[in-house]
Design a protein around this ligand. Structure first.
Ligand SMILES: [Cu+2]
Length: 255
C-alpha cells in the first residue's frame, strides 16, 4: 500500500517497512484569531511528512473551501510552489467572517509503478476563524473521507483523536488508517522504522481512535481500494484512494 518507487530500492535494501506518502494540506496557521492576518496561505503537496521526502505533484484537479453550506472553488487561484524540494501548489484565502473553513483538494491520480496502481489522496484540513466552531464535522463529500468525531481544532498533544471512516458516504468497517507526524523541522527521530507511519484500524462502525504523543501537525489517512479503475497505456489499473485529514495539536502552555 505504501511503497513508493522513489524509495523502494533503499527500503528493500534495509528490509524496513516502506515510508508512507500523504496528501498534504497545511494552512499557515491552525486557528485564525481576531488579531491574526485574515489571509490563510495553503500549502498543497504529496509528500512523506515524517521523512521530509517530497514527490512532484501535478496541478490538483480541484481545490476548494466549504464553510457552512457555502462552497468556493479555489482551483483558479492555485500557484506553483515547492515543498521538500519538489513540485507543489499553494493557494491563498481571505477569511471575511467567523466560520469553520474546511479546505480540501482532489489531486490528479498519481501513477505508482512500484504498486502497478494509481493513488488518489483526497485531502482536507479544518480551520476555525474568529471563535466560530459550528460545522466542524461537515462532510466534503469525497469518495473516501474521515469525518471527525473529535472537534479537529483546539486540541492538546496527548489528546485522543477519533474519526469515522466513510466510503461513498457510508461507514467503512475495519478500514485501515495510517498516521504520520509532519516532521517539519526534521528533529523527530523515529525509534524504529515502524514509528514513521503508525497504523490503526477502524472498528465495525468505521470508528478509529488514536492518542497523539506530541504537538504539531498530524495526518490521518484512511486507505481503501477504489471501486473504479483508471486506464494506463490502454489497460485498466487498480486505484488506491485515501481520505486524509490534517489536524493540529498544541503543546500545553503555562504562564
Ligand atoms: Cu511515496
Amino acid at each position: 500500500m505504501k511503497r513508493c518507487s522513489v524509495l523502494v530500492a533503499l527500503v528493500l535494501s534495509l528490509s524496513l517497512p516502506a515510508w508512507a506518502h500523504f496528501g498534504m494540506l497545511i494552512p499557515s496557521r491552525p486557528v485564525i484569531a481576531q488579531a491574526d492576518p485574515k489571509t490563510v496561505e495553503l500549502s498543497l503537496s504529496f509528500s512523506h511528512p515524517m521523512e521530509g521526502v517530497g514527490m512532484d505533484m501535478a496541478k490538483p484537479k480541484a481545490c476548494g473551501v466549504l464553510a457552512g453550506s457555502a462552497r468556493e472553488d479555489l482551483t483558479p487561484g492555485l500557484r506553483p510552489a515547492s515543498v521538500m524540494g519538489k513540485a507543489a501548489w499553494s493557494a491563498a484565502y481571505t477569511v471575511k467572517r467567523p466560520g469553520v473553513y474546511i479546505f480540501h483538494f482532489e489531486p490528479e491520480p498519481y501513477w505508482e509503478p512500484a504498486e502497478d496502481s494509481f493513488i488518489v489522496h483526497y485531502t482536507k484540513v479544518v480551520v476555525p476563524a474568529f471563535g466560530e466552531e459550528e460545522g466542524w464535522d461537515r462532510e466534503v463529500g469525497h469518495p473516501i473521507e474521515i469525518v471527525p468525531l473529535t472537534r479537529p481544532f483546539g486540541l492538546y498533544a496527548g489528546n485522543v483523536f477519533q474519526g469515522i471512516v466513510k466510503q461513498n458516504g457510508k461507514p467503512a468497517p475495519y478500514a485501515e488508517v495510517e498516521i504520520e507526524f509532519y516532521n517539519r523541522e526534521g528533529k523527530a527521530v523515529p525509534p524504529t522504522a515502524y514509528q514513521v507511519t503508525q497504523v490503526v484500524k477502524a472498528d465495525r462502525n468505521g470508528v478509529f481512535t488514536y492518542a497523539v504523543p506530541r504537538a504539531g501537525w498530524w495526518s490521518f489517512a484512511a486507505l481503501a481500494p477504489a471501486d473504479f479503475k483508471l486506464k494506463k497505456d490502454g489497460k485498466d489499473k487498480a486505484v488506491e484512494i485515501g481520505g486524509v485529514i490534517w489536524v493540529y495539536f498544541h503543546a500545553w502552555q503555562e504562564k
